[in-house]
Design a binder for this molecule. Structure first.
Ligand SMILES: NC(=O)c1ccc[n+]([C@@H]2O[C@H](COP(=O)([O-])OP(=O)(O)OC[C@H]3O[C@@H](n4cnc5c(N)ncnc54)[C@H](O)[C@@H]3O)[C@@H](O)[C@H]2O)c1
Length: 444
């Protein structure tokens, strides 16, 4: 047994609880499992796993024999014999999709009653999947009211999401992609750091809400990937194209495809390729009578994001708007399907006075389909474009940053304290001008 072995209680012996219990016991911690279901407790007490999962029977038997894994239905006894408690109870859906947190409320009230009878410091760790804010708004009040003690003072509350997949849960537990430890103050995480002293991979210490949200974002992305692959495969098959070959090539690109690229919240996509190519795929799918709702949802989602920017700007109740950047990305004068152009059109329609600065865009130089596009969407674009940043920022009540190629110092020197700055493109913190009194990111 290692120096940092802990006494741990696990509330809820379903998949997550049973795997957590057996794996932590295997790592040398003394573990006591608790469940309201006496059959599960009895099984664990007899050295058998309460759930069917690869490798779990062996692990349970081994730790049970070594005397490091026990179970009880007695909450107070479990609390008295441990200093860290994991809550792994279920969070099922109501019929309308709303998450049901009653099991969490119940288990926290029971843990709280046990805490009332305890003199030493205790750490409570929620593992169930819950929406951001739940640990603070459900777990903390339930524990405080039934223990008559204070979170952060008399006991610690942490959130530690589980990333195991059923079928490979034990292997996933020992080699997680990362470990996320959430708390309102880092010192509350000290016992949890010791529990996870053995863990490979990155360990992130963060707030409760970030830890809670990271779990949902991961699951939503995994689901998105499955559906994306299935829709792409469906289309390929119907077109007589070898799906496997396409996916093999597609996934081999770890620069743009399987990477952080395009995964930074910012403004809508645009330009002459992505919208056009999505429309072409959708048209072909329609011809083949294929329903591909995910691919079909991408352009509406993108349009909604432009609308979100419009609403954010209108919400300021100001009419004089200075837009920095008109082309769809920095360093180009391509205006075709630029969301900044669509934004401008919407703002003009709402009665705003828009001045635009974009050093790459000079009307005299625009030719061909690029010129045609802008002439169609905003025929009087010439009267909105200004060559001097000063004249655009100077006249604006709201400065909208729509390009990454704006000089930080130059902009900082022009901004006035009463101006509202709305960033569409997610400038890195180091690239943001200093001295902004009101800065808003579009979705960060
Ligand atoms: N199953 C997975 O692969 C997985 C993976 C990651 C996260 N999660 C999340 O983890 C949570 C638990 O999932 P699960 O699949 O283990 O659930 P589960 O329904 O299999 O197990 C929950 C257990 O908690 C017990 N329980 C309920 N109230 C209790 C109380 N007051 N005291 C003691 N025990 C109590 C139940 O009897 C049951 O045995 C959920 O929020 C789930 O979304 C699950």
């Amino acid at each position: 047994m290692g120096m940092n072995s802990r006494s741990v209680s696990i509330f809820g012996l379903g998949y997550v609880g049973s795997v957590t219990a057996a794996c932590l016991a295997h790592k040398g911690h003394r573990v006591i499992g608790v469940d309201v279901n006496p059959d599960k407790v009895e099984m664990l007490e007899a050295g058998r796993s309460p759930v069917i999962e690869a490798q779990l029977d062996e692990l349970v038997a081994e730790s049970h024999q070594a005397g490091r894994l026990r179970a009880t239905t007695d909450t107070s006894a479990a609390l008295a014999q441990s200093d860290v408690s994991f809550a792994c109870v279920g969070t099922p859906s109501h019929r309308n999709g709303k998450i049901d947190v009653t099991q969490i409320e119940h288990v926290c009230r029971e843990i709280g009653r046990g805490l009332a009878a305890k003199n030493s410091y205790h750490t409570i760790v929620l593992r169930s999947t819950v929406l951001p804010g739940t640990t603070q708004s459900v777990v903390v009040p339930a524990l405080e009211s039934s223990s008559q003690k204070r979170a952060g003072v008399d006991f610690a509350v942490c959130y530690n999401p589980e990333f195991m997949r059923e079928g490979t849960a034990v292997a996933d537990f020992f080699e997680p992609p990362y470990t996320i430890l959430g708390a309102e103050a880092p010192q509350q995480l000290v016992p949890l750091r010791e529990v996870y002293g053995w863990v490979p991979g990155q360990v992130f210490e963060t707030s409760l809400a970030v830890a809670e949200m990271a779990k949902y974002v991961s699951n939503a992305f995994h689901a998105l990937k499955v559906s994306f692959a299935n829709e792409v495969g469906t289309l390929a098959k119907q077109l007589g194209v070898d799906t496997e070959a396409v996916i093999r090539i597609f996934t081999s690109d770890t620069r743009l495809n399987i990477s952080r690229a395009y995964l930074s919240p910012g403004f809508a996509f645009g330009g002459s390729c992505l919208p056009k190519d999505l429309r072409a795929l959708e048209f072909r799918a329609n011809e083949l009578d294929l329903r591909l709702p995910l691919l079909k949802a991408i352009l509406p989602s993108n349009a909604e994001h432009v609308e979100r920017a419009v609403e954010t700007i209108l919400h300021s109740s100001k009419k004089k708007i200075g837009l920095l950047g008109l082309s769809f990305k920095a360093g180009t004068d391509d205006l075709r399907e630029s969301p900044q152009v669509l934004l401008t059109k919407r703002l003009i329609g709402e009665g705003c006075h828009v001045r635009i600065w974009d050093p790459c865009v000079s009307l005299g130089h625009l030719i061909g389909s690029n010129r045609q596009f802008i002439d169609q969407v905003i025929p009087h674009i010439g009267s909105l474009l200004w060559t001097s940043l000063e004249e655009v920022v100077g006249a604006a009540e709201v400065v909208v940053i729509g390009t990454k190629s704006v000089d930080r110092a130059e902009l900082a020197a022009l901004l006035r304290p009463e101006q509202i700055v709305i960033d569409l493109v997610h400038l890195e913190k180091a690239a943001r001008p200093e001295g902004m009194t009101s800065y808003q990111g579009l979705c960060w």
